[in-house]
Structures are given as C-alpha cells and as structure tokens.
Design a protein around this ligand. Structure first.
Ligand SMILES: Nc1nc2c(c(=O)[nH]1)N(C=O)[C@@H](CNc1ccc(C(=O)N[C@@H](CCC(=O)O)C(=O)O)cc1)CN2
Ligand SMILES: Nc1ncnc2c1ncn2[C@@H]1O[C@H](COP(=O)(O)OP(=O)(O)OP(=O)(O)O)[C@@H](O)[C@H]1O
Length: 218
C-alpha cells in the first residue's frame, strides 16, 4: 500500500517560485538528459502506444522539460499531434489545440512565439482544430505543470488554461503530467483546488511516479 500523502506544506505561489528557481539553476545538459529519460518512459507506456491522437505542448525554453524528442517520436509513429494555441482576444484564459501538419523542424524555425517564447500554431493557413474540422479529439494529453505529486495532483502555471480546457471536453482523455526531477514532489502533496483536474499518470525522469489513482484502468 502506498503511504498516505501529506497535507500541502506550501501555498501555490510559494511552490511555484521554489520549483521555478530549481529549474533555473539546472545545467542545460541535465535538463536535456532528464527530458530524454521522460520521453523514453512515455514512449514505453501502453496507453501512449495505443493512442492515435496526442495533445502535446511545446516547451518554454530552459524553463520546462524539452518536449521536442516526444514531438518527433509521436510524428514519426504517425500519430495525429495537436499543439495548444492560446486565444489572446479572450478575457478569460482560453486555448485550443491545432493539428501539426508540417515537419517538426518547421515548428521551431517558422511558428510564431508567444510572450513566453513558446512556439504556437500559426493562424494561417488554418490548421484542423482538435475535436472539430474532421479532426479527432485527442485521446491522450501530455500536460505541462510546475509541480506534480504522486497522487496525480498538479500545480500549473497559474492561469487555469488546462483546467478550463479539460472542464469543457465532452469526454476525458488519458492525462499524463510530465516534468523534470525537481518538479516531482512525490508524497509531498501539491496544493490543489476543486477545479484542478488530477492526472492519470505523472511521469518524471525516474519513470511513472503515480502511486495512487486510476492508472490501473488504462
Ligand atoms: N509549454 C507550455 N505551453 C503552454 C502552457 C504551459 O504551461 N507550458 N500552458 C499552461 O497553462 C498554456 C500557457 N500558459 C502559461 C501561463 C502562464 C505562464 C507564466 O506565468 N509564465 C511565467 C514564467 C514562467 C517561468 O518563469 O518559469 C511568467 O510569465 O511569469 C506561462 C504559460 C498553454 N501552453
Ligand atoms: N474549470 C475552471 N472554471 C473556471 N475557472 C477556473 C477553472 N479552472 C481554473 N480556474 C481559475 O483559473 C485561475 C488559475 O487557477 P490555478 O491556479 O489552479 O491554475 P493552474 O492549474 O496552475 O493553471 P493551468 O491550468 O493553466 O496550468 C483561478 O482563478 C481559478 O479559479
């Protein structure tokens, strides 16, 4: 039996600033080797292997694990891959997922970057939107976060983009939170609210970290 998770020690803002400064102090070689290890673990997951349509995120350079290896692997495996684009005209944080229809190298060299230096799908030519335009809804979402615990708890960047997106989906895809070693809080519970959607799996450089949850269902 996994030991019960402790109560959160830190507030959301305190844990965010603690983890962000740990990531900042990571040598770039560590960030990239941990990113490769996370990629290997995701590629080995049966629910990833079964998935046909995967929603990925593109990383904030130097501030998150690097998802480029995962993006390349998913495209090479002929999965449909969707990437988020935030809607800057909306007064509430809102995003949609658009299908990648170009080679991965174009994404990093040609796509416009938002204010966090994250490449985003261009507005034209129009790309298929996940769950519309004859494109499937993703069956698996790779979810970014600042910190995760081994109960599937996730602390995000604090704007509520993912939680709002997930709340309006007609059916829940498999949710896989991914992060660097210092983002994996283990049995130290991360602070969560009612609206925070728990992950089905949490994957760090050491493998699938989830100790409790519904992972056995997938
Ligand atoms: N790579 C990536 N893409 C993503 C997300 C994410 O967390 N990571 N998002 C998930 O929702 C959405 C964008 N949301 C974001 C919301 C807030 C901040 C933010 O507050 N950034 C800090 C700097 C972060 C740092 O220093 O580590 C800031 O601007 O102060 C960033 C992204 C959609 N795309
Ligand atoms: N489903 C939702 N409906 C309405 N408001 C929401 C929802 N989810 C989150 N919010 C609001 O968004 C704000 C940010 O929430 P929170 O701090 O949990 O974000 P986060 O999970 O860290 O961010 P993200 O999901 O972008 O990674 C809060 O004011 C919260 O009330």
């Amino acid at each position: 039996m996994p030991s019960p998770l402790s109560k959160p020690v830190l507030s959301k803002p305190s844990l965010r600033s603690l983890v962000r400064s740990s990531i900042k102090s990571l040598p770039p070689a560590t960030l990239s080797s941990e990113s490769l290890r996370v990629t290997e673990h995701v590629l080995a997951m049966p629910s990833y292997q079964r998935s046909a349509a995967v929603a990925l995120f593109l990383s904030m350079p130097g501030k998150e694990l690097d998802t480029e290896p995962l993006l390349r692997a998913a495209l090479a495996a002929n999965k449909k891959v969707f990437i988020p684009r935030i809607d800057p005209s909306s007064s509430i944080p809102s995003m949609s997922f658009l299908q990648v229809t170009c080679p991965p190298s174009d994404i990093y060299s040609l796509w416009p970057r938002n204010k966090w230096s994250i490449p985003e799908p261009p507005a034209s030519p129009p790309l298929p939107v996940a769950g519309a335009d004859n494109a499937p809804a993703p069956d698996l979402l790779i979810v970014p976060g600042v910190a995760f615990d081994s109960g599937g708890g996730r602390l995000g960047q604090g704007k509520g983009y993912y939680d709002r997106y997930l709340a309006r989906l007609p059916s829940m895809p498999v949710l896989v939170g991914v992060g660097l070693g210092c983002q994996m809080r283990g049995g130290e519970r991360v602070p969560v609210d009612e609206h925070d959607v728990p992950m089905d799996y949490v994957v760090g450089p050491g493998g699938v970290e989830l100790a409790v949850g519904i992972a056995s269902l997938h």
